[in-house]
Design a binder for this molecule. Structure first.
Ligand code: PHE
Length: 342
């Protein structure tokens, strides 16, 4: 019996030496130390012995049991320490950068414009892309049969009003929000309106059915053409640098009087003439003028008391010029090779 205990002890200690992981430990524990393990069965056999032998072997067995457990625990601690060390995170290893999205260049230029105009005290105002015929045309001094409607090839939506006329359109410009802003805010006001617009264009590198504009409107007492000119000059300098010049040439828009086309000196050649400005030295970017009295009236504002100025930047065109994009269709293409450059 004594030999059996010694044999189990020797076997156990021998095997323990070879153990170096948690699995090995578990196996050893099961085979020897668990309730049904080899050591417990030997202890079990003790109860059939005489009292004297029981005493003698009992003491030995307990000592051996303690010895085995102590050794076992030591190895277990070592294995635990080792595996904790192996799983430590090395914070000096360079990380794996997760892929991240890019802003569309039109969003970048929109935010830049919003910053410029916010700093000048403008409120950013919003309007719907699906607009009523009334706001998009009629209230802007273009009644139903006005020929100026033809300048903007329009997507009409198949819904008729009670008189049987088509009365919803995909807005062709951001100008209808002028009326919405006047009705909502009253005079005096100072707003800008960035937004998506739609026209039925045959698309090519320079024409797109979906594009962005950036509208502006000031209504107040004694707002005049000099205010418009100085404002657009200032914005041009902020956008393209302090040497930028503005020139204004007459242009007809039904909702302004007088109306004009604003052109800036080309930021690339500074007016000398190059590929970007098609050798003219000037970039046509912004339409504007003084708000037509009929338009103020449609917005609920008294044209005898107040006057206004309005302008509309082609935001998509601005982005094309600024980033040298030669095909307008790239902006809405979702092409990552294009977008990841910004
Ligand atoms: N809405 C005009 C366009 O789409 C631009 C414009 C806005 C002109 C405001 C004058 C005043 O071409």
């Amino acid at each position: 019996m004594k030999n059996k205990f010694q044999k189990v002890r020797a076997e156990f200690l021998e095997k323990l030496k070879a153990v170096n992981d948690a699995n090995g430990l578990r196996e050893l524990e099961l085979k020897y130390l668990s309730r049904k393990g080899e050591f417990s069965s030997l202890m079990h056999e003790l109860k059939d012995l005489s009292l004297e032998l029981k005493k003698e072997l009992g003491g030995l067995a307990n000592n051996i049991k303690q010895e085995l457990e102590t050794n076992f625990n030591e190895v277990r601690d070592r294995v635990n320490r080792l595996s904790a060390k192996n799983s430590l995170i090395d914070i000096t290893v360079p990380g794996i950068e997760p892929p991240h999205g890019h802003l569309n260049p039109i969003t970048i230029i929109q935010r830049e414009m919003e910053d410029i105009f916010s700093s000048l005290g403008f409120t950013i105002f919003d309007g719907p892309e699906l607009e009523s015929d009334y706001f998009n045309f009629t209230a802007l001094n273009m009644p139903l049969l006005h020929p100026a409607r033809d300048m903007q090839d329009t997507f009409y939506v198949d819904s008729k009003n009670k008189d049987g006329a088509l009365d919803l359109v995909m807005r062709t410009h951001t100008s209808p929000v002028q009326i919405r802003a006047m009705k909502k805010l009253g005079a005096p006001l100072k707003v800008v309106v960035p937004g998506r617009c739609f026209r039925n264009e045959a698309t090519d590198a320079r024409h797109e059915h979906t594009f962005y504009q950036f509208e502006g409107l000031i209504v107040g007492e004694n707002i005049n053409f000099a205010n418009l000119k100085s404002l657009l000059e200032l914005v041009g300098k902020k956008l393209f640098g302090p040497k930028t010049k503005l020139r204004m040439r007459p242009k007809f828009y039904p909702f302004v009087e007088p109306g004009n086309n604003g052109e800036y000196t080309c930021f690339l050649c500074e007016g000398k003439g190059c590929r970007v400005c098609k050798n003219t030295g000037w970039l046509e970017i912004v339409g504007g003028g003084l708000v037509h009295p009929e338009v103020l009236r449609a917005g609920g504002i008294d044209p005898e008391k107040y006057s206004g100025l309005a302008f509309g930047f082609g935001l998509t065109r601005l982005a094309m010029l600024k980033y040298g994009v030669t095909d307008v269709r790239l902006f809405n293409s979702g092409d990552l090779k294009f977008l990841e450059q910004f």
